[in-house]
Design a protein around this ligand. Structure first.
Ligand code: ATP
Ligand code: PRP
Ligand code: MG
Length: 293
């Protein structure tokens, strides 16, 4: 591992300049209270209230910038990190930009499984992952490297099949292709450099992660409030899988209470019917900005 001492304290974070990851990454940074402007016009953006600057890059370049320590952190798809083979550590999976790198071939052709690729031309923007996949299976292919619109290569007879990113499968279908095998499942990750950082930067990363984790946890949780007869509270407590014991407050109406708690979003709809059956009324669900545990 190539380690150099780093004495600066300002964190530098790489994000995609313009593309599928940009809006969600900007929303995430703004959601953890980092303030900046003009990210559309500048390649380096200073933030106002956190010792961080943002570098706006093409997503393909992010893993290597982080590897080399030009940036300390980066927001990028696992597909790019794996393709470049960069020496970085993925420290968080962020749950957006979900897609997979897959083999696909013409619907009515004779390529149905990886072995059928032997001796064929395969168009892809992911030559390294593609080569590794086929080499490890002893299948001999010719890679045709294409930067974009890979799905049209078979129609143009530039290639027999492709390896490309798939999400809904709509692009494959529109081009008469069928998905065969998945090479890699991908999502956006926060990666960090493996170079040694100054104690100041290390502390900044920890502060940044506390905010990020609070934001991610909050995104998965909802604050719920309901009114209920006091006599139902024990039953309601059993139904609600809350992190801590719920807040129970008396209401103006005799023998009635308000119950407040936090629940995982996916539980809300399943417990709601049970809460109503237990006597809860006026159930309100609210989003949470952040949760620092
Ligand atoms: N269909 C998809 N659904 C979900 N995520 C996707 C999809 N396609 C790509 N991604 C993810 O989004 C990332 C960025 O995709 P985008 O199409 O913006 O890349 P790009 O055209 O290579 O951009 P750049 O100009 O920055 O190089 C991909 O590397 C991948 O991680
Ligand atoms: O399965 P789907 O939901 O149809 O998504 C797959 C498509 O999305 C990506 O391209 P993108 O739209 O980002 O365009 P690009 O290749 O020009 O970057 C990817 O390269 C596929 O072409
Ligand atoms: Mg790119």
């Amino acid at each position: 591992m190539n380690r150099t001492k780093d004495s600066s304290t300002s964190l530098r974070i790489a994000i995609q300049k313009s593309g599928r990851l940009t809006d969600k990454t900007i929303d995430l940074l703004e959601g953890i209270g980092i303030e900046f402007d003009n990210y559309k016009r500048n390649l380096i953006v200073k933030t106002r209230n956190f010792d961080v600057e943002l570098l706006l890059l093409r997503d393909d370049d992010i893993p290597e910038y982080v590897q080399d320590g030009v940036c300390d952190l980066g927001f990028v798809g696992a597909n790019e990190t794996q393709e470049t083979g960069a020496d970085v550590t993925a420290i968080r999976d962020l749950g957006y930009g979900k897609c997979r790198l897959s083999l696909a071939a013409p619907k009515n052709g004779d390529i149905k499984k990886p072995e059928d690729f032997d001796g064929k031309k395969v168009a892809t923007s992911y030559p390294n992952l593609t080569r590794k996949f086929f080499e490890s299976r002893g299948i001999d292919i010719q890679i045709i490297e294409i930067a974009g619109a890979v799905e049209i290569a078979p129609q143009l007879e530039v290639a027999d099949a492709i390896v490309d990113l798939v999400s809904s499968g709509g692009t494959l279908k529109a081009n008469g292709l069928v998905e065969l095998n998945t090479i890699l499942e991908s999502q956006t990750q926060l990666i960090r450099t493996n170079k040694e950082l100054s104690p100041g930067k290390q502390q900044l990363i920890e502060k940044f992660l506390v905010r990020m984790d609070g934001h991610q946890q909050a995104a998965k949780s909802r604050y719920i409030m309901m009114n209920a007869p006091e006599a139902s509270v024990e039953e309601i407590k059993k139904i609600i899988p809350s992190m801590k014991s719920p807040t129970v407050m008396p209401l103006a109406e005799k023998d009635m209470v308000a119950v407040h708690t936090v629940i995982p979003i996916e539980k809300f709809w399943t417990v709601m019917e049970e809460l109503k059956a237990a006597g809860a009324t006026d159930i309100v669900m609210l989003p949470i900005e952040s949760m620092i545990m």
